[in-house]
Design a protein around this ligand. Structure first.
Ligand SMILES: [Cu+2]
Length: 497
């Protein structure tokens, strides 16, 4: 398929350029602030006698963070700019009617397989995770020499109202823009590069109001409670290399800064069963919050419908500075086993041992486990139905906290998508105390919503959607959340397809 559509091309090049420029500008203004905070962090780490803190401090001293960041951001911006520049002439050319010649010249059978193994490209989701093979192909791609370049992207404009004493309202933008480039590397190998950017730092460090959501921080001092943190500008900058030994067998290496280690199901914004909802799950920090890890190396082996992989990564959650790169020691580990028994199913189970994941609790480690199943079935008239069931557990200081998620989306035809999600989590961060964690509360949430899309052009949809969420809290939290712990979002969306 060609980017024959000038509206789609213009919009997304515009969005990407704006993101890059905004990132640069904020980086300049925040660098001084980051350096001040860095001194604080170093002092805190020094006073902590744990091995982890000492190691982290040593690394930060030997390589000044701001210089390193500047180099990495420079490289990224350069790479993105080059990708966009060489994308533009090709699109123009294809729009002029040469796309058939290009298509004829490309080795479809080779290029359209997955980056990690010899199967349908649609099996691959975020990081190195899998989804059902039958998953609808999002975004669009074109060939440039031996490179196949793919674009994915969506931009939500959201009005958010969370009710009750802990509620708030906010307008914000969310979404992502992703460029992937894949090419053969010799007869039996494939190389893939990815860059994924988020507009979410624009919403400000406190993110958006979301009842029962916890995790990360806006100021480096207090945890975010009943708010969803913004994602970092750089959600993924990664490369993978895979080598095929036979039709069914391959081995791969994936490196990301940031990237996604081998833990959990695909990140929520990449799961067909909920990707149409702009609302983050409250189970995020149980199941898939590792999707932005600043430093990941994953190695894996694939046999047909099986994949086993292990990651060494930096599990430290992103800090409150959302425009930077935060490299650290790859001292955490994750292992995942994935199985796609049929084209409709994708199952995984995974474990992780995370060293000092939380910025506000340095030296406290976490173990995690997860299991999930995704079922996607096509339905008549361009529709599909996709469901994910997942369980995740975090264990820290002898306390197990579980999360259960069931989410499902139904695309009834080309224009309508209905989505819903039910979650139950055990959370010990809902009553934020400066001195540490509160007792464990079991809370639940159910969200339902829908979006209607209109085709603006062959590759760009405009959508109008809404959702409503009901929170369920135990008696001990009833006063805190009031008599109407509900939330609503209305949103507009631009999406590549
Ligand atoms: Cu996230």
């Amino acid at each position: 398929m060609a980017i024959s559509d000038p509206v789609a091309r213009g919009s997304f090049i515009g969005v990407a350029t704006a993101l890059i420029l905004l990132g640069l500008r904020h980086f300049q203004t925040r660098r001084r602030h980051a350096q001040v905070t860095q001194t604080d962090t170093n002092q805190r780490a020094l006073s902590n006698k744990s091995h982890v803190a000492q190691t982290a401090t040593k690394i930060r001293r030997t390589a000044p963070k701001s210089e390193k960041n500047q180099t990495i951001i420079g490289l990224t911006v350069g790479a993105s700019a080059v990708a966009l520049l060489f994308a533009a002439p090709v699109s123009a050319q294809e729009a002029a009617g040469t796309s058939e010649a290009d298509m004829a010249g490309m080795d479809m059978s080779h290029s359209m397989t997955g980056a990690l193994g010899n199967y349908a490209m649609t099996r691959e989701a975020s990081g190195t995770s899998w989804q059902p093979d039958i998953t609808e192909h999002a975004g669009f791609e074109f060939m440039r020499g031996s490179w196949m370049v793919m674009f994915h992207g969506l931009l939500n404009g959201v009005y958010d109202q969370q009710n009750g004493p802990r509620g708030d309202t906010k307008r914000f933008a969310s979404g992502m823009f992703m460029i992937m480039a894949e090419r053969p590397a010799g007869a039996d190998a494939t190389l893939q590069l990815r860059a994924m950017l988020s507009p979410e730092p624009l919403m400000g460090p406190r993110g958006y109001p979301l009842l029962q959501a916890t995790g990360e921080t806006a100021d480096g001092k207090t945890p975010l409670v009943d708010r969803q943190h913004p994602h970092d500008l750089f959600m993924e900058l990664s490369a993978s290399y895979s080598h095929r030994f036979s039709l069914d067998d391959s081995a791969f290496v994936y490196v990301g800064l940031p990237g996604e280690p081998a833990f959990g199901p695909p990140a929520f914004m990449h799961r067909l069963s909920i990707m149409d909802s702009p609302e983050a799950p409250i189970s995020h920090h149980w199941l898939d919050s590792t999707h932005i890890s600043f430093g990941v190396v994953t190695a894996g082996f694939i046999h047909d419908v099986w994949k086993i992989e292990a990651s060494a990564y930096n599990a430290r959650e992103p800090d409150q500075h959302r425009y930077n790169i935060e490299p650290g020691t790859l001292d955490s580990t994750a292992v995942r086993l994935s199985w796609n028994p049929t084209a409709n199913w994708s199952l995984q189970t995974s474990w992780a041992n995370e060293i000092s994941p939380e910025q506000l609790q340095p030296g406290i480690h976490q173990r995690k486990a997860s299991a999930s199943a995704i079922l996607t079935v096509p339905i008549a008239n361009l529709g599909w139905w996709s469901t994910t069931a997942a369980w995740g557990r975090r264990t820290s200081e002898g306390v197990d906290l579980d999360a259960w998620v069931l989410e499902s989306a139904l695309k009834t035809d080309r224009d309508w998508t209905i989505f819903s999600r039910a979650e139950q989590i055990q959370n010990n961060e809902l009553i934020a105390l400066a001195t540490g964690r509160s007792s464990v509360f079991s809370v639940a949430k159910v969200s339902v919503g829908a979006i209607h899309d209109w085709r603006l052009s062959p590759h760009l949809n405009f959508g109008l959607g809404g959702l409503y969420a009901f929170s369920f809290v135990p008696g001990a939290l009833a006063a805190a959340y009031g008599s109407d712990p509900t939330g609503a979002m209305a949103f507009v969306r631009l999406k590549l397809h």
